[in-house]
Write a new protein. Structure first.
Length: 144
């Protein structure tokens, strides 16, 4: 019985060697995918916050119709906005500014939400549609 010496296998030339190519491809693809997912999260949160602010303004304007004078309307608006934003996960009620105005028989409720103090929107690499969300709702008061 003859023992043959161990002959190492011939390695392919470097340009044909595909070992490690998956690691190189992942090094390019993973940061792009993470950035894409993070961008989706940020923009989705921004649009959800804008929707919550608009709904709170709509509810407050509808509630203001029940008020008999300006002071009662403002109290109803503030109460309605606080109730609407209490359950909103994407909006900090402390950062929302409420203003109202009466022009002839049209009552306007305006909500401004400052995003510069919200940590999720401060530490982003993507530009937001706006750093402040401003939404209005108008109702007509028939008894004015």
């Amino acid at each position: 019985m003859t023992i043959l010496p161990h002959i190492p296998a011939r390695r392919a030339p470097l340009r044909q060697d595909e070992r490690g190519s998956l690691l190189v491809e992942a090094a390019f693809a993973v940061p792009l995918l993470v950035s894409l997912l993070f961008g989706l999260l940020i923009y989705g949160s921004w649009f959800m916050a804008a929707h919550c602010i608009q709904q709170a303004a709509n509810d407050a304007a509808r509630t203001a119709v029940a008020g008999l004078d300006a002071a009662e309307r403002r109290t109803l608006v503030d109460t309605s906005v606080a109730a609407s934003l209490a359950g909103a996960a994407t909006v900090r009620a402390a950062n929302v500014t409420v203003s109202t105005s009466l022009n002839q028989s049209y009552y306007t409720v305006t909500l401004d939400y400052d995003l510069t103090t919200v940590p999720l929107f401060r530490a982003i690499l993507f530009p937001l549609p706006a750093a402040q969300i401003r939404r209005e709702a108008v109702v007509r008061l028939t008894a004015v």
